[in-house]
Design a protein around this ligand. Structure first.
Ligand SMILES: CNc1ncnc2c1ncn2[C@@H]1O[C@H](COP(=O)(O)O)[C@@H](O)[C@H]1O
Ligand SMILES: [Zn+2]
Length: 359
């Protein structure tokens, strides 16, 4: 066998291992995780209804390979035009869950931005209800296919505040999350184009969420010098988790290290959007070496053509991790979930049950 073939074989074995491994996904945006085939179908349907003006343009944007961070946000705007119907929201949520379940994700925290749209009669609440309907549908389908998904998949929801929103809109989202707690909403996320908005706009809503017992995660440090004080203020807020945390100043790394706020790491997203120059420069390397709390995630599996198993494989090949190291990473992620304690214990039991196979 040539060394090339051997490399391919080793990679195949690794990817299969990563797929088999039970995994926890804590950073996934449904509208960024749509299958390309579904997006194209939705675009065609809108084209037939006359609700988009240029199908070829939309198709080109969907199929583009490499995207800068700003191009990603252009794509999100297109996606959001395509997903304004409640039935589409329900469908994409169901499919996203099925895709994660198919690669053995046993716990999934989806985070999505509640949106209103006068034309389709959508309110933030009806949007969230459509997402919840998608979760219910996925559960029904997956129960029928129990053999394929032996451990099942538990899904919880975070509501995202978009950085374009006002203080009042952000507070409205937090209030909605509180009302929806009994339906599986377990926290709040701050996301959106990092060059937009100001931390002070969102702080009242995030503080309110915290006062009411809702955990908070923040997209942090995605661009170098948009607002140098923002990372500082985010660290001072001490969220329950941080997304990305790629671009920090020297003193901020030190601070982060002392705070030990769990970081959601998304390799492909960080590389594609240029938040990190190369995988060798990724902060995972030294955070991992210092036993920092980390969880490997996908961010936008559709937009970046990735999946969680591939992200684990990237960690193994780039940072020389053994299969057992990957198992430990997956298992430890249960410590950072926002869901209730009994569910944490259920996940711990799943990992304890399979551990002998991964030693
Ligand atoms: C690439 N890095 C990123 N940085 C910041 N925000 C991001 C993001 N990726 C996704 N989003 C946020 O998630 C929305 C899409 O999902 P939902 O419509 O909420 O389901 C985007 O519009 C953006 O606000
Ligand atoms: Zn994200």
């Amino acid at each position: 066998m040539s060394s090339n073939q051997e490399q391919h074989r080793a990679r195949d074995i690794l990817v299969r291992y990563c797929k088999r491994l039970p995994k926890i996904e804590l950073h996934a945006h449904p509208n960024g995780s749509i299958r390309d085939s579904t997006l194209l179908e939705l675009a065609q349907e809108h084209d037939q209804r006359g609700t988009i003006s240029s199908y070829p343009n939309v198709r080109e944007i969907i199929l583009k390979e490499d995207r800068s961070l700003q191009e990603c946000f252009k794509l999100f705007d297109v996606i959001h035009v395509l997903t304004t119907d409640h039935s589409f929201i329900t469908r994409i949520t169901k499919e996203v869950i099925e895709d994660f379940a198919a690669e053995n994700v046993v716990y999934l925290e989806l985070r999505t931005t509640p949106k209103s749209n006068v034309l389709t009669g959508m309110t933030k609440r009806s949007y969230v209800e459509a997402v919840l309907a998608g979760i219910t549908k996925a559960n029904l389908v997956l129960c029928e296919n129990h053999q394929l998904h032996a451990h099942g998949i538990q899904v919880r929801l975070l509501l995202s505040i978009d950085r374009r929103e006002t203080t009042d809109q952000a507070i409205e989202t937090v209030k909605l999350a509180l009302e929806m707690k009994s339906h599986g909403v377990v926290g709040i996320d701050l996301s959106g184009n990092p060059v937009t908005g100001n931390w002070k706009t969102f702080l009242p809503a995030l503080t309110y969420a915290r006062q009411c017992g809702l955990p908070v995660t923040l997209h942090c440090g995605e661009v170098p010098v948009h607002n140098p004080d923002e990372v500082e203020e985010m660290l001072a807020f001490h969220p329950d988790r941080l997304g990305h945390a790629c671009v920090l100043q020297e003193s901020q790394w030190e601070r982060l290290h002392n705070l030990r706020i769990p970081v959601e790491v998304c390799f492909t997203s960080n590389l594609r959007t240029g938040c990190v120059k190369s995988i060798c420069d990724h902060h995972f390397a030294w955070l991992y070496k210092t036993h920092y709390p980390l969880v490997i995630c996908t961010d936008d599996r559709g937009v970046f053509s990735t999946n969680l198993s591939s992200e684990y494989a990237i960690a193994a090949t780039s940072f020389d991790l053994s299969e057992h190291d990957l198992f430990e990473l997956a298992k430890n992620a249960t410590r950072f979930i926002f869901a209730e304690e009994p569910l944490k214990r259920h996940l711990d039991r799943i990992f304890a049950g399979v551990e002998p196979n991964y030693r």
